[in-house]
Design a protein. Structure first.
Length: 213
């Protein structure tokens, strides 16, 4: 959590610098996240590990330079249970994730256009958390355990979106991102002899509104 606190502090301190001058946008977003499960294997078979699909809330602040370049800082909170599934059996634990990141936006058309299509990519940190007190037996513990813990992972994002100008000051935006991190083995811990690898991808469509200052 200390790492997330440090990133939030940097984000808050940086906002006045980002938002100084023309073409500054500040907004809020909401949507839904869809994690792509990762396979856990042991000598007896395989299981699917990941996080359940849940709502996403966030804030964004950024600035555009010229006709085709922009930068944004973004914070997101995403609900989502830790999950483990194999052959009809399932284990779950309450959890969530928080992300702080910066992105570069490349616009396909000029800022005078009512519709602006853009590609985006960036990096940051994502904190995964198991938040539920663990009681009773743990199903599928021969593959992995779901832990009440937190883990910070490096985050890479890529995707794009569309902005539609309602007025000179107000804009509606539709975004689609892939939030990709190494798999958080600190909260979904492989059992001895089990193997889990690869990156965890989180496909996040959001709808938002922003104001230009």
């Amino acid at each position: 959590m200390r790492l997330l606190t440090d990133f939030l502090l940097v984000f808050i301190v940086t906002i006045p610098c980002i938002t100084r001058g023309a073409d500054t946008e500040v907004g809020a977003t909401g949507g839904f996240g869809f994690y792509q499960d990762v396979t856990v294997t042991n000598s007896s078979g395989a299981a699917q590990a990941g996080f359940g699909p849940r709502f996403v809330l966030g804030g964004v602040a950024g600035r555009n330079w010229g006709e085709h370049l922009g930068v944004e800082g973004r914070y997101t909170f995403q609900d989502g249970d830790l999950a483990l599934r194999s052959q009809g059996r399932e284990a779950n634990l309450d959890g969530d994730a928080q992300s702080v990141l910066g992105e570069v936006l490349l616009y396909a058309n000029s800022k005078e256009s009512r519709f602006r299509v853009f590609a985006a990519g960036g990096f940051g940190v994502k904190i995964y958390q198991g938040t539920q007190l663990i009681t009773g037996p743990r199903p599928l513990s021969d593959f992995a355990t779901l832990d009440k813990a937190s883990q910070a992972c490096p985050l890479i994002t890529f995707g794009g979106g569309i902005k539609y100008a309602l007025s000179p000051r107000w804009t509606v935006r539709l975004d689609l991102r892939d939030y990709a991190t190494p798999f958080p083995t600190g909260v979904i811990t492989p059992a001895p002899g089990a193997r889990i690898g690869g990156w965890l991808h989180d496909i996040v469509p959001t709808l938002g509104i922003s104001r230009t200052f």
